[in-house]
Design a protein around this ligand. Sequence first.
Ligand code: PLP
Length: 392
Amino acid sequence: MVKNIYLDNAATTPVKKEVLEEMIPYFTERYGNPSSIYKIGRESKIALDGAREKVANAIGAASKEIYFTSGGSEADNWAIKGVAFANKEKGNHIITTKIEHHGILHTCQYLEKHGFEVTYLDVDKYGIIDLEQLENSIKENTILISVMFANNEIGSIQPIKEIGQLAKKNNVYFHTDAIQAVGKLKIDVNDLNVDMLSMSAHKLYGPKGIGALYIKKGVKIHSHIHGGVQEKNRRAGTENIPSIIGFGKAVELAYENIDENNQRLIKLRDRLINEIKSKISHVILNGHPEKRLPNNVSVCFEFIEGEALLLSLDMVGIAGSSGSACTSGSLDPSHVLLSIGLIHEIAHGSLRLSLGDFNTEEEVDYVVEQLVIIVDRLRRMSPLYEKVKGEA
Ligand SMILES: *Cc1c(COP(=O)(O)O)cnc(C)c1O
């Protein structure tokens, strides 16, 4: 029987049944526009407010600080561009990191073409920034720091609270792309001194195409889409009610059993890592050994071409990734793996397996079993590996 093992939950997740069930009526019977004054309109407005509250509760924010967007990329774009253009009298300098998602990196590169100056912080071999380098990078004209909560490729978790304190002390706004962290890590925006935070539903068993930006009360930011008065006049357009309802339900479910769930994921994650390391030679674990997402496994197999590995895994029914979904298809090794100091040859042999709520121990064991076979087969075709083996 052909297996179907999905280990790419960092790229997207299936919508949970409970989530879909809550969404369905809002396509059909409960189709009212929340801006309308009659009954079905008012009912949609009530549902919208309820979902907004669920999203707010998940990160310790107030409902009015949550702005729905079309997903994580839009939230990232809005945060960076919105703050940059609204604060350009104060300064034109932005600080971010070399390992951000392209939603941040490409937005920063766009701003560089429009008169802004961007500092891209280095990371250490575990993918963590240096707080001293951050502090030294803050200048008179710095208006914004954007550092991701947890990395989508290697799972490393940044010292968000410390960054928040530095930002506050220096009177600079702090945005974090928390798209991989929401639903997996406990987050309190006030405790962390975060001014803006990006979220996306499809990474936490909600629908695709819906996300949110948390904007702390008082943050000076431009409106993102001009038109109607939706989202407090900052992001026009009739709200995507079914998806927003789904997002609210998904985030609520994610935090309902977070401790139990994480314990289960960490157990699977560590089993996968340990089995790979003990059964296959010349393997490097990417990311921090402890400060990492509960569901992330990222490794590099020396003497292997990542693309060949992915195709072989696919043939035995295993879906994994070489890094981020957005870069596969390009032949350049991931900017994240190069930033943690890996050379091109090794970065090319990367494999990211991201676990989810539906994965089991049996699946993990099957994956390891198949990896042993596939890695061995691919390496036997590598002249370099044969040479290293001969020397050992
Ligand atoms: C998936 C992801 C995004 C993009 O979110 P979309 O909802 O797919 O636009 C941005 N940043 C990180 C870290 C991600 O993992």
